[in-house]
Design a protein around this ligand. Structure first.
Ligand code: NAD
Length: 321
């Protein structure tokens, strides 16, 4: 069995490899050769923790396994990241454990890869201004991955806790893009692409604030009850997601579905756009919205890529198991 510890991941894999791995598995999902198992996420009644599993199998790459972990809100007092996860990969031929891989950095990279994929396939080619709603742990990964997809000239951002925007500003400076903290009216009026990555339980961005032609990547809503944008905005958009079953239960679409504003048939999976079976953006005025809920197959895809890289570079830790 191979172990790739959390501390080794950053030196092994970057956003480009994660982009490719996630793009391939989204396409495999569209071909129905990769599927996710139902998500388990439970409050365990200890340490205020939320714990769960995301798992699946990709018959094309033979990635089989699960990501297990969750959210421990008091970790910050211990100098640890609140979100903790580990990926377990199994040999699809024998069921033996093939690898244990640190999942914290990989989660951020695979989530940023998903929204970057949505930008590649759905945003207008001439998109110039990137808007970001949210300034937490995931936000800088989102920014770095997004700027690889279009020739953005400016970043505008809003956060519920404005004092947190400094770290996004720093990353924008590092990338060489002008950065401005704005209110949501300006963000909607100026941004061609908007990424939302917050843990909000009520909508921040309203339909009236978004102009035609915008692409939205709603990445923060991954649990029942969370919500980042107005359900009317979802309904006014061409809607895409990573996985329909998750979008309607734990994704941004859950609210528009519950309000009866959209039906399941209004939501398309991005994998089908990648394979060319479904058209993405229909016109320059189309508002496109990607509901990125985060699927287990993304975790398996990037973990498998990291294991291959660790073996190739001779840094994989092998243990008898
Ligand atoms: P974080 O705790 O580091 O940051 C939380 C962010 O949400 C901050 O910007 C904070 O200011 C904002 N926020 C908090 N309360 C808010 C409110 N009431 N209204 C608006 N904004 C509010 O979290 P993170 O690690 O950056 O993750 C952000 C979100 O993304 C979480 O909901 C997380 O579960 C989700 N997430 C999704 C995926 C996926 O695959 N879709 C993957 C990882 C994380």
């Amino acid at each position: 069995m191979i172990i790739v510890p959390e501390r080794a991941i950053a030196d092994l894999i970057g956003s480009a490899e994660c982009f490719t791995a996630v793009e391939q598995v989204f396409a495999a999902m569209a071909r129905k050769s990769a599927y996710n198992f139902p998500v388990v996420r439970e409050s365990i009644g200890y340490a205020d923790a939320l714990y769960g599993f995301k798992s699946g199998f990709d018959r094309e790459s033979l990635s089989l396994g699960l990501k297990s972990g969750g959210f421990w809100p008091k970790n910050v007092e211990k100098g640890l990241t609140n979100h903790q996860s580990t990926v377990f990969l199994f040999d699809a031929d024998t069921g033996r454990c093939r690898a244990v891989v640190g999942g914290n950095l990989l989660t951020a990279l695979r989530t940023a890869a998903a929204s970057a994929i949505s930008i590649k396939y759905l945003a207008r080619e001439d998109a110039k201004t990137l808007g970001i709603i949210g300034a937490g742990h995931q936000s800088t990964f989102q920014l770095r991955a997004a700027v690889e997809q279009r020739n953005f000239e400016k970043v505008v951002a809003w956060n519920y806790h404005p004092e947190m925007l400094n770290r996004l500003a720093e990353v924008a400076r590092e990338i060489g893009l002008p950065f401005e903290a704005v209110d949501l009216d300006r963000l909607g009026a100026e941004a061609d692409v908007i990424i939302s990555i917050t843990s909000s339980f009520s909508p921040s961005l309203m339909a009236s604030q978004v102009r035609p032609g915008t692409h939205l990547a709603c990445m923060g809503t991954d649990t029942k009850g969370k919500q980042e944008v107005d359900a009317k905005l979802v309904a006014a958009s061409s809607i895409f997601t990573d996985e329909l079953a998750q979008a309607i239960t734990i994704g941004e679409c859950q609210h528009a579905i519950a309000d009866g504003l959209i039906g399941e048939a209004d939501i398309l999976e991005i994998g089908a756009v990648i394979t060319g079976d479904v058209k993405g953006r229909r016109s320059a005025d189309d508002i496109t919205l990607f509901d990125g809920t985060g699927v287990g197959l993304q975790d398996l895809a990037v973990a498998a890529a990291v294991v291959d890289l660790a073996v190739r570079e001779g840094v994989a830790i092998e243990v008898d198991f």
